[in-house]
Design a protein around this ligand. Structure first.
Ligand SMILES: C[S@@+](CC[C@H](N)C(=O)[O-])C[C@H]1O[C@@H](n2cnc3c(N)ncnc32)[C@H](O)[C@@H]1O
Length: 289
């Protein structure tokens, strides 16, 4: 395991000797991995400050954004879910609140009613989606495991009165999208999708989601800057467990940037979000990006 102190894009000032990071399917004991964790998540320090593990390198500025624009507008249910997730194994996987706020804005901009979410974990992004869409809206929420959702998110989602909008499918995501596509009536019906799992398959998700999306529909892909590692020219500086996903992210970013079916913006919130919108005609340089 490389222990190169140079490779620590989200390094904390003070580092414990060892910390345990538990993901649903991963368990690493490594200071560098925890410090590196390429997640746009955030956690709270002993002083009650939000610690930025996103790409924005100024801690003060990140705190300012949260205090000024994000927290005052965050629903009490989202805050409760975020607080409840903080001590849960793999807490860093949760969507960062500033990235979540951007998603809420996008959901509103496209008048989203029918959505798909890939990667639920404890349900922060799922709850914000359920709160943003109308009462008769529907979210197909897919995760290989519903344990974290049942443990943390579901009781809060029930309290918020939005459970009826959620169809939780416990499965790997690709076959679920294939199943939806077996029914031609599903094509062109989705307003919004959020992809936050399984980097290896981002391009496969993209191809399938574009078929399910209506013209003008939006897909947000999370973690597309993978802790900033996509820009590292020397891969040996990237901790080994993150290299495969780094390569997949680089490949995905290249492919999606060249895809004329969509407009896109690469936004450096959290761990990097790629926002893409399905166009009705090829979107070429001549039409202004
Ligand atoms: C980064 S977390 C999602 C975080 C979530 N969006 C939130 O706001 O808290 C990724 C989740 O994807 C799930 N996952 C991993 N591989 C998957 C796959 N192939 N299909 C569906 N879900 C998967 C994991 O179980 C995990 O809960």
């Amino acid at each position: 395991m490389p222990q190169n102190p140079k490779f620590c894009p989200n390094a904390r000032q003070k580092q414990p000797d060892t910390q345990l990071l538990q993901g649903n399917k991963r368990r690493y004991t490594s200071t560098i991995l925890l410090n590196y964790h390429p997640r746009g998540g955030s956690s709270t320090t002993d002083q009650g400050e939000m610690e930025n593990k996103g790409l924005l390198q100024s801690k003060e500025l990140y705190q300012y954004i949260l205090n000024t624009s994000v927290y005052p507008r965050e629903s009490e249910f989202l805050k409760e879910l975020r607080d409840a997730t903080a001590d849960y194994p793999g807490a860093l996987m949760g969507t960062a609140p500033d990235a979540g706020q951007l998603m809420t804005l996008l959901l509103g901009l496209v008048n989203a009613k029918k959505t798909i979410e890939i990667g639920v974990f404890t349900g922060y992004s799922l709850l914000l989606t359920a709160l943003a869409i109308p009462d008769d809206g529907k979210i197909t929420a897919i995760d290989v495991s519903r344990k974290a959702y049942d443990d943390i998110g579901l009781p809060i989602i029930q309290k918020a009165g939005v459970e009826h909008k959620i169809d939780f499918v416990e499965s790997v995501a690709l076959p679920v999208l294939d199943k939806l596509l077996e029914n031609a009536e599903n094509e062109g019906t989705i307003d919004f999708a959020y992809v936050d799992a399984d980097k290896v398959n981002y391009w496969n998700y993209h191809e399938k989601l574009l078929k399910l999306l209506r013209i003008g529909g939006v897909v947000v892909y999370d973690n597309t800057l993978w802790g900033g590692s996509v820009a590292k020219t020397d891969e040996s500086l990237v901790p080994e467990p993150y290299r495969a996903s780094r390569r997949h992210s680089i490949e995905f970013n290249k492919l999606i940037a060249a895809d004329s079916r969509i407009r896109l913006s690469q936004v450096p919130v959290g761990d990097g979000s790629t926002i893409s919108r399905l166009e009705d005609k090829p979107c070429l340089k001549e039409s202004g990006m």
